[in-house]
Design a binder for this molecule. Structure first.
Ligand SMILES: Cc1cc2nc3c(=O)[nH]c(=O)nc-3n(C[C@H](O)[C@H](O)[C@H](O)COP(=O)(O)OP(=O)(O)OC[C@H]3O[C@@H](n4cnc5c(N)ncnc54)[C@H](O)[C@@H]3O)c2cc1C
Length: 249
């Protein structure tokens, strides 16, 4: 048994969009699971050859709710974990390890303009960060946060009401959605194209701004390329690529 290994039990499941599944778990031993906003857990999924396949998922709920683990899962065609997780019934138990991950906010950087960029379910870590962001905005007059979400269509938008409520409440919080395939835009927060096309309009400062990138590896590579050309140093860019780990244990 690995360190930090525990079982979780499914207590709720619902479709958040036509394709994205939201799962909520509790620990089977009813203990809290302490984590930092932005971290993920890794399921150890049983394979027919008797080994375990590892698949990681970001925690989308707030660390202030440590008795629950919420994840949002995009289906991958013929994906191993996709099949198991989309078929999972209430009460089912899974093994997992964690939480872990370094895509976390740093209090000492609260004064910097943070640009949090996601494609699809890559929004999960930023949703988890919302209470921390609220504290920053309320206690630090220089704090500023811009969230950029890239999806294909309006129906694919995740947690949009929550992010828009933050944008309404806080002057220094902005939320923009980039829709790569939608033909008509109906709201002022919606833009056409890929999410990384926002960098130009944001008038970023490579010396002081901090960028977080999460989700599709192609978006992250394209963003890195653009940001480095704009003068960003890699230490001001934090990344989490959503890829499958090939290792079995
Ligand atoms: C730190 C971390 C956090 C993550 N958090 C999340 C999360 O919160 N939500 C979430 O939905 N996913 C997340 N992922 C991705 C997740 O771990 C799996 O990789 C994903 O669910 C696919 O697993 P699978 O077993 O269903 O597909 P696999 O069996 O691994 O893949 C099946 C086939 O699809 C290809 N493939 C794999 N992933 C993709 C993809 N994204 N797009 C297109 N083709 C693909 C593979 O190369 C393979 O050919 C995260 C990954 C990491 C590393």
């Amino acid at each position: 048994m690995e360190q930090n290994q525990f079982n979780v039990k499914l207590i709720d499941r619902q479709m958040l969009t036509p394709s994205v599944l939201q799962l909520r778990f509790v620990r089977s031993d009813n203990l809290p699971c302490k984590f930092k906003a932005g971290q993920f857990i890794t399921f150890l999924l049983p394979h027919e050859n008797g080994r375990k396949i590892r698949r990681s998922y970001s925690l989308a709920n707030f660390p202030e709710q440590p008795y629950e683990l919420e994840m949002i899962i995009a289906p991958v065609y013929e994906g191993f974990a996709t099949k198991i997780l989309f078929d999972l019934q209430l009460g089912a138990e899974l093994q997992c390890t964690g939480p872990q991950g370094r895509l976390i906010l740093r209090d000492e950087e609260a004064s910097a303009h943070h640009i949090l960029v996601a494609t699809g379910t890559g929004l999960a870590p930023y949703r988890s960060m919302l209470p921390t962001i609220a504290r920053w905005l309320e206690n630090n007059q220089h704090a500023k946060v811009t969230v950029l979400l890239g999806v294909r269509y309006v129906v694919d938008l995740l947690y949009v009401e929550e992010f828009l409520a933050y944008a309404k409440k806080y002057d220094r919080f902005n939320f923009y959605a980039y829709l790569s395939r939608e033909k008509t835009l109906s709201q002022s927060y919606q833009y056409s194209g890929y999410v990384q096309s926002a960098f130009e309009m944001l008038h970023l400062n490579p010396n002081t701004d901090v960028i977080y990138l999460c989700g599709n590896p192609h978006m992250i590579d394209a963003s890195m390329d653009t940001l480095q050309k704009m003068g960003f140093n890699t230490q001001n860019i934090r990344r989490e690529k959503y890829t499958s780990v090939r290792v079995v244990s």
